[in-house]
Design a protein around this ligand. Sequence first.
Ligand code: FPP
Length: 282
Amino acid sequence: MQEHNVEYNDYETYFAERRILMFNTFFKFQPNRKLSDVIVNTEGLEPDNLPRHIAIIMDGNGRWAKERGNLRTYGHKVGAETLKTIVKASNNLGIEVITAYAFSTENWKRPMKEVRFIMNLIKRYLTAEIQEFKDYNVQIRFMGSREGLPDFMNETMDHAIEETKDNTGIILNLAINYGGQAEILHAVKSIAQQVTDGTLKIEDIDVPVFENNLYSKGLPSPDLLIRTGGDLRVSNFLLWQIAYSEIWTTQVYWPDFTPDMLVEAIKMYQKRERRFGGLVKK
Ligand code: FPP
């Protein structure tokens, strides 16, 4: 497994952030919207036909920031706030799980400065801001490979799990160092090991057994997959789990995604006829 060297003390990132923060404070954007501020207009939604699990590809942070003459990393910072808003809106609606693609196995190819920024952003999100998630009864979980992540990330993730494990509201499942193909390979290896050890028979391998060996063990499959930023691809996200997910995409960049757009996506979902390969019940 490749080792990735990501240090927490990155002064360049720190000062870039400070500049952005000053700019926002004085001129433009208030980044610290609280989860409690989110009001969702539920008019036209069918409360008994909500998706249990929504998966989100939060794309377009970099383009959003560039279009505003800012660093790409600023887009991630605002994107992280957007996620908080959407988690709160989803919690208010009664959605059970949000799985958000925060860092893919392919994102290591980005400039190390951007990688470090995202890691540090996630760290701050899960430490300095953890109380906000606790106040709103959000349970934090993760999917992805822990190998190759810097120690400070693994410690941060364990801490966030521990701090929120008894919360009974929405589950925020963050995909970090996650790739769908890597996840399937991981499950195959784990199953092969169980067969070798004699604890599992080949003839007993079925869909539930396979799913028990995925990172998403215990979670329902996503009913709805949302992708922002205009691209129409799956990008190695939840390859097994989205077999029958309904897909909704928008040109809107992730930092501009709003609770109203979430409701729009859910309304589309409620109009879809889900057949799971069968026929419609008359
Ligand atoms: C895609 O935008 C986004 C990512 C690769 C990272 C997503 C990360 C966040 C929203 C912030 C961190 C998350 C947490 C939980 C704190 P892009 O950079 O590919 O945008 P582009 O397509 O415009 O280049």
